[in-house]
Write a protein of this length. Sequence first.
Length: 315
Amino acid sequence: MAPSVSWVPGLLALALTLAALLALAPAASADSLQGQAPSAAAPANPASPRAATAPVYFPLLASNLRSASAPPGVGPFQGVGRRVTWEEDPRFGEVLTCSKDEESYVQIPGLQYGQSSGFAVALWAMLEPSGEGFLQYMYSHNGLDTDLAYGPNAVALYAPEQDHPNFGVVRAMVRDATDVIPDGDIPMFLDSNGCIADPTCTVPGYKSLFSPNGSWHLLALGTQPQGGKGFRLYVDGQLAASVSGQTDVESLGSVVTGGGPMNLTGNVTLCGRSDLDPLRFFTGSLAHLFIWNRSVTEEEMRQLFEAEPQPGLSG
Ligand SMILES: *[C@@H]1O[C@H](CO)[C@@H](O)[C@H](O)[C@H]1NC(C)=O
Ligand SMILES: *[C@@H]1O[C@H](CO)[C@@H](O)[C@H](O)[C@H]1NC(C)=O
Ligand SMILES: *[C@@H]1O[C@H](CO)[C@@H](O)[C@H](O)[C@H]1NC(C)=O
Ligand SMILES: *[C@@H]1O[C@H](CO)[C@@H](O)[C@H](O)[C@H]1NC(C)=O
């Protein structure tokens, strides 16, 4: 069956839900779409305040991998999906769904940010416990010649799998154009339980982000709002972990990375690592990708999180 059959009702439901919960002013969201490059073939954007939230926004809904907003002269961007499916979700509609077994992924060419230091990336993810003891990548972006473990120019949002000792957290990595991990050091990463570059760190009582009954989380990473070395990981609108020039990481055997200008010449990759390593594909669903060419504050992240209707609140 053609995907377009269930597309319109999905968007209508989404628009109605948003209008009801946000008292959405249609004029405002229409305005925010006018900066798009004209494209007769592009389906109408789901009338959405999301398009105005970040300079670059992809709904990732209803078989559509095109950006719904992008700065004039920079976008629009068109993603290319391989073996992805679109599954009806009660919260977001027909969402991008990936499977490690199927090796599904999306590549978005031509999208660059962070050339003058600051950037942030946010997306909604529904994580499904699966896989072995490896790492599943939801978002990966590098320079064309980046050494993925130790080289400069790396942005990644990923999660240890079910049989991994760190299962339950989401992990973020950022390296700018000057960052090289010295031989023998642990590459800098942040975990959603607050741990910094420490694979042995556990936090008693930490609630796993994987849910067998499927709940969505807003995951985001970006540079420090005050500038300087380091980066941050946000979960559901709250700062989850942070590393900066002030953090003492020497004792951990790591170095502070991120925060400087980046040169992300490769494709943005969703649901897999940039090199398409078969062990690092993602199982679960993604929706609503936001990209900023500057850092964002915790307050902005909180607003982004709270702008989405929370399940259960409508009774
Ligand atoms: C980038 O993505 C496009 C579209 O999928 C693909 O044709 C191209 O080979 C990719 N480039 C790299 C370097 O992976
Ligand atoms: C980010 O800013 C740089 C200039 O610093 C520009 O080249 C690039 O296109 C911008 N990216 C986006 C997504 O706006
Ligand atoms: C960015 O990387 C590309 C190769 O991927 C290189 O050609 C270009 O010179 C680099 N730009 C900067 C500013 O380092
Ligand atoms: C998941 O299901 C369990 C058991 O039915 C329930 O107790 C829990 O609240 C559910 N969690 C979410 C996030 O819906």
